[in-house]
Design a protein. Structure first.
Lengths: 324, 324
DNA sequence: ACGATTGTGTCAAACGATTGACATGTCAAA
DNA sequence: TTTGACATGTCAATCGTTTGACACAATCGT
């Protein structure tokens, strides 16, 4: 691969001059500028970003850790993050933790070695202490750790909205699929708020935990079987992801339950997949695009030393479709 | 951030010695080795991969370009690629082209500047000439360009299997949703093989083009409306992705068509989403995991100068579920 | 004709690590 | 006592680029 020296030599100029046109500094005549560009094209020269990064102490890389990009929520979030990172001139280093602490730790180390400019943590399976010691531009999705800036949507409000809708539709016995409550994530607020609301209305509910971030279809199926066997009379379901909701729909069909007459279902996230199934899923919309934009923005601000908000909670919305 | 000099100084050793323990070369006493590791931990030292890359002329980065990770097929493919890249010690640079040639070109340039060790092209919207001139370790997914190694699944066989199944089930008038036939992709072979088979059996068919890689829900809906309006009597559908198939299912429900009694539907890919909808989609399975593994493997072989196959066509399979 | 502006050059240091050449020393085996 | 393995050190070059300091011309306005 051609270097700046090759370009300078071939163009009959000094490296300094070539560097000057590359970086737009100092006086350069139009003729020289053109000569340099021509030669660059001729040699198919691309400035070596590695050398630049070394000198500038800036890699223009952002690390993103998610449980799994093939989960619709994280896929769409990754899309949004990639879009905004690109707009700001950053490249994205993608890591799937698979919710494996060892892999997550390993990836974080790798990223630090590669001197990424910041890390967006969509997965967080480690102990709080480890994140605290990181000492790095960081943004967390859906989890609050000390003073580390985070972006989340209003999970409490989401749970409330779901409860209100189901109550309003007259449901009397409701099942709720939530994520792993052991993990310290803000999405657990959905469950808290949802249960509080139901309790205050004296409505019966059953809460079932899943691992919503890396789906295990088998586990979902087992869970559905258990639920409908022990509680054949539930008339409402609040699932903490649209994917789980789609499994509920499947199971209802299998059991001959009419949706929404016999049972009402509400999902969460409003991923594209919510409209792929029929009936289309009523859901709580997370502003995925905005969350991605904000996450990137927060990294940028930390890099540029600008002030930033630590707590970034975005509004959610109810999207009513055909399952309620 | 601490450098190797800081470590050496603090440990009372020379950089050479520290470097020797880092790289496991030459004689090192157990005592010194421990001293170095302790000091590294103390200073929270991480060797600067940027400096290493510059010297070694190896970034350990693999670039991946896909139309869009939030498309289930590419999400799952990305997962597989990430998994195997990680196993081999590579990090993944993720790029969504959004099927925008300008963005794709721009990303390719960026990747070359960053000296990624190889590029996996899951999106290819540029002119053949541009890829030819790339002169870089490259692997293409589902597209054949000169001698550039590619991985694909047996699209021809896939189309054939779909046709055989539908014919076997007694369908007489079949609709086929294919991707953009203008793009020179191997997935077009599905269409060719499918149509050939139907023709040889004297079965009527209608082929409709979509842009399957970046889904536009609106477009799908429009397409469905058109199809069922002008051909209310179709009794079989072959969709070139499971997502499109799920839209067909939706539309059939809306029109009160029973699946599979009135109409049989077969999708393509066998992504997870194929089982989220009900009835679960009968589909042609692409070995996504293997495709990802092979793609990474092909990049590695090019980097390491090992011999490799240029044509890598993996077998597909029929997964019969509930829509046929 | 003077000084300012413009255009280009030379030189060297710096970024953080690796590596080869070579020197020096200790210690134990032969 | 000699030899060689083991252990560590010094020194300098290298990867490709940027940048500041400084020098030297040519050209321009006045």
């Amino acid at each position: 691969m051609a270097t700046i020296n090759d370009v300078a030599e071939r163009a009959g100029l000094s490296v300094t001059t070539v560097s000057r046109v590359l970086n737009n500094r100092g006086y350069i005549s139009e003729k020289t500028r053109r000569k340099v560009y021509d030669t660059m094209a001729e040699l198919n020269y691309q400035p070596n970003e590695i050398a630049r990064s070394l000198l500038r102490k800036q890699s223009n890389l952002i690390g993103l850790i998610v449980p799994n990009v093939s989960h619709p929520f994280f896929g769409e979030l990754t899309d949004a993050i990639e879009y905004h990172a690109y707009r700001l001139g950053y490249k994205l280093l993608l890591c799937n933790s698979q919710l494996d602490p060892a892999k997550e730790r390993d990836y974080i180390e790798m990223m630090k070695r590669h001197r990424v400019d910041g890390i967006i943590m969509g997965s967080h399976t480690l102990e709080v202490q480890e994140y605290r010691n990181l000492n790095y531009p960081l943004v967390t999705i859906d989890r609050r750790i000390d003073a580390i800036p985070y972006v989340a949507s209003d999970n409490g409000r989401g749970g409330e909205l779901a409860a209100e809708l189901l109550i309003g539709k007259g449901c009397r016995k409701i099942a709720h699929f939530c994520g792993n409550l052991q993990l310290d994530m803000l999405s657990n607020l959905r469950t808290t708020a949802f249960e509080d609301k139901l309790r205050s209305h004296g409505i019966t509910f059953i809460t079932l935990q899943t691992d919503m971030n890396v789906f295990d279809q088998q586990e979902y199926e087992r869970l559905m079987a258990t639920l409908f066997q022990s509680h054949p009379d539930i008339d409402g379901v609040f699932a903490t992801s649209d994917i789980i909701a789609s499994f509920v729909i499947k199971w209802c069909r299998k059991l001959g339950k009419e949706i929404p007459q016999d049972i009402r279902i509400i999902g969460y996230d409003d991923v594209n997949a919510a409209t792929w199934v029929s009936p289309a899923i009523t859901t709580i919309k997370q502003p995925i695009e905005d969350m991605g934009r904000l996450a990137v923005e927060l990294i940028r601000k930390q890099i540029d030393g600008e002030p930033f908000e630590t707590e970034n909670v975005l509004p959610v919305g109810l999207i009513e479709r055909e399952t309620t």
